[in-house]
Design a binder for this molecule. Structure first.
Ligand code: ADP
Ligand code: MG
Length: 300
């Protein structure tokens, strides 16, 4: 496993920020870490990156324990903290060279140039960090996280505060990085998770409430299925109502119907159409969004 979190808890004074969390992230996975504000996402990320200690539990990164081998862990982890603290009066390349030095990167100049290219900072490379837009500052943050070529990237809300174009650029960059690295990223944007993550972990009040693909999470919260069906000719409503599992029927005009059912009834509708010599023009299950699942999982 690239990241192995076992029964981790964190208490700040009186506050239980993480409560017995276990997560495994496989090499090459991109895992989305979701949760309302205050759920404990940043706390988990700070512990994985050896910035703060856990109160209980065990964490290893690429096989190294964060408490016993923090230096080995830090060699293998790139971290973009939540508010991306940068030295605003340093120049882009000066800052990246400084970070490369901290990591004892052998050919610093060459590596900095490679990073500038990788994250798309060519045009801004001679500017002061304070002169850059938020989107370009995020790229500097990603470059510093990548400079020692870590296997694992921990990105805390990498797209928060960016405009839609910048969000798309950073998202594409993360997707590209994810082809080679293991990525754990927190975000508030559901489409982002659906667009780039293989798996989603949702936490609420320090506890894991879901850990699966975004599709499975959305479906697991589905209490009712809604299916849209269009036949090639008119159908008696009473006849359609007799299809097993149907709870409710709404005519959508023409020969189109919305059918609410307890389970997936697409196959039953297909059998129904064969039996009654009907053609089916459309047969579609309405997808419930990850956003709705998130809301129902994280409200108390
Ligand atoms: P998230 O990143 O999901 O918004 P955090 O990990 O930042 O959540 O915070 C989890 C909880 O722990 C919050 O209730 C927060 O107020 C609390 N917390 C975070 N950092 C500290 C700290 N240094 N001291 C005390 N409480 C903290
Ligand atoms: Mg946070």
């Amino acid at each position: 496993m690239s990241i192995e979190v076992q029964n981790v808890s964190k208490v700040y004074g009186e506050q239980n920020a993480l409560d017995n969390i276990s997560i495994s992230v496989k090499p090459g996975e991109i895992v989305g870490f979701l949760g309302p504000n205050g759920a404990g996402k940043s706390t988990m990320m700070k512990i994985i990156t050896c910035f703060i200690p856990q109160t209980a539990g065990k964490i290893s990164v690429c096989g190294f324990d964060v408490e016993q081998d923090p230096l080995e862990v830090k060699k293998r982890v790139g971290y973009l903290p939540e508010h991306n603290p940068l030295y605003l009066d340093m120049y882009v390349k000066e800052y990246l060279t400084f970070v490369a030095g901290l990591h004892l990167v052998p050919d610093k100049k060459k590596r900095v140039d490679e990073m500038v290219k990788l994250v798309g900072l060519e045009l801004e490379q001679n500017k002061q960090i304070g002169e850059l837009s938020k989107g370009y500052r995020q790229r500097v943050g990603l470059a510093q996280a990548l400079i020692h070529d870590p296997d694992v990237l921990i990105l805390d809300e990498p797209t928060t505060g960016l405009d839609p174009n910048q969000i798309e650029e950073i998202r594409n960059l993360i997707k590209k990085l994810g082809e080679e690295k293991t990525v754990m990223m927190s975000t508030h944007i559901m489409q982002e998770v659906e667009a780039i993550c293989d798996r989603v972990v949702i936490i609420s009040q320090g506890k894991i409430v879901a850990n699966d693909t975004s599709r499975n999470i959305s479906e697991s919260q589905e209490e009712q299925h809604v299916t849209r069906v269009e036949f090639d000719q008119s159908v008696e409503e009473d006849l359609l109502r007799k299809v097993s599992g149907v709870l409710e029927i709404r005519s959508m005009g023409g020969n189109e119907w919305m059918i609410v059912s307890k389970a997936d009834i697409r196959n039953d509708l297909f059998q129904f159409s064969v039996k009654n010599n009907l053609g089916i023009l459309t047969l579609q299950k309405e997808e419930k969004s990850l956003e709705e699942a998130f809301k129902s999982l994280t409200k108390n």
